[in-house]
Design a protein around this ligand. Sequence first.
Ligand SMILES: *Cc1c(COP(=O)(O)O)cnc(C)c1O
Length: 606
Amino acid sequence: MSSPLPAAATGLRSAAAPSSPEPPRATSGVTSAVTPGATSGATPGATPAPTPRDGDERAPRGPVPGDALLRGATAAEYARVTKGVVDDIAARVAAVTQPFAGVGRAELGERTDAVDLDGPGIGTTEALRETAALYADNAVWFHHPAYAAHLNCPVALPAVAAEAMLAAINTSVDTYDQSGAATLMERRLVDWTAARIGFPVGRDERGEAAGADGVFTSGGTQSNLQAMFLARQRALEDLRGTERAVAQSRLRVLATSASHFSVAKSALLLGLSEDAVIAVGVDDEGRMDPDALGRALTDVVRAGDIAMAVVATGGTTDRGCIDPIRAIADLADATGAWLHVDAAYGCGLLVSPTRRGKLAGIERARSVTVDYHKSFFQPVSSSALIVREAADMARGSWHADYLNPATEDHEPGGEPNPDPNQVDKSLQTTRRFDALKLWVTLRALGADGVGQLVDAMCDLAQAVHADLAGDPELKLVAPTDLSTVLFRYEPDGLAPERADALVPQVRRVLFDSGRALVAKTVVDGRPCLKLTLLNPDMTLGDVRAVLDLVRSAAHGLLAGEELVTPDVPPCRDTHPRLVRDGVRPDAPPAAGPGAGPAAGRNEGSA
Ligand SMILES: *Cc1c(COP(=O)(O)O)cnc(C)c1O
């Protein structure tokens, strides 16, 4: 348990077959899978420039990538190049031995800056090879069983394949005449999600949403911004000029301090006053206290202000705690405030076979944020804002003659535009068909299949909590409803301030080594380490291996190995190891953690 970092690292299960100790070199997949010069298109040197036609001012001069664009004539080249990328990534995923290579930022920065972005093209094959050596070699791998830092999930295979489909076709789901079936498929998924939430779902004779509505977004941040935008539009409905400006300055948003920062940022973006967001009190476990909300709402009304929105969080980013939505809904309804439930993290519970009840009351929200790229195993980006009443969605609609006129004949009062144009509902205009990934995933795995994966990650978190109860060194900080683990290295006798200082140091040591990635945060004013377990393939053994690395790093730091000294920058670019200069501690701290003169030596560096 107290072995130095490199030895403890052997406890990690590798994603690769144990018999393949060597990770593939950066270039292997691309170069082996792609036959250079197989067609004329990829390499400028080998490509005859298109013959300029007489009088064609735009005819290219000099060597150009002749067949650079995806079209009928380059379809075979597209298949060859893309297959090369897929083969390369497949080889890498199979062989990854740690979540991060541990290369220093200075070196990465130099290599990034050294690429000549103004120079002549080097051809697709070479560009992909060079790029894989920079990007893929130094990527952070979310599927690795020692990645447990942020809210990133390993991605569902059918979704990654769907990503290739939508990227090549490049649909934009802003208007129906740019998307066809894609728009209708996105709408089906909005309905599907709304039904899972428990919103009424229906369509009118024109096929428009009659019950719930919604739209895919780039992420929870955008979903929350749009929810606050719609809530503000409602609160200021029919107000103009000074009256509107005065009312806007009185709008208040009630949320807890554990709500996602995008709520407060949205208030800023929407021009609310600087004290618009009121931090509602929480219970011991960090969930919104309905009594505190009741008092806060009373205060808002007494002050002559307007409770624009109450934001409940369906799984806080740090603790994974779910606010008591039903009780909050009662209070929001009583004051007429817009209830937004931010379920960016907890939305996976919508398909959980055993834990759906934790989101009870979510159907009483006026709007809900769901992040499929957090707990539906979707590639970034995939998120949605779902509203209970379609009319709310229209509060943000905007019409442009050239794109989505309100009426077919452009005349006020004319026949409504018959086309289903998603841009009417979105903050974005040109927009990816991210919904396709979720569509294929649901068809491939079934919603229950996704739900089982969600349960697996929650089960694992529970097992880790049980495992750590009574641990002599690692102390659990807070419980969770979802899949986070908050803890500190704090054996008996270690000064709390020393334990505070260890938190960022341990995280950085692990990151620099690349062997395990954990996060850090602050809970109740004290720093702590954080695991976010979103990988259903991870086992308790995998998590124990990560925790062993945490202990090893802490032991090393307490034994006096300097993590940061004034002359060594925090991101070391040479030797990303806890132990510099090849010297390893032979033994754990002699007199126990926190004891002895070594214990305080890193104090200044946190
Ligand atoms: C992650 C998160 C967000 C932000 O979502 P992004 O997709 O990262 O923009 C919002 N709310 C909560 C509760 C989150 O956990």
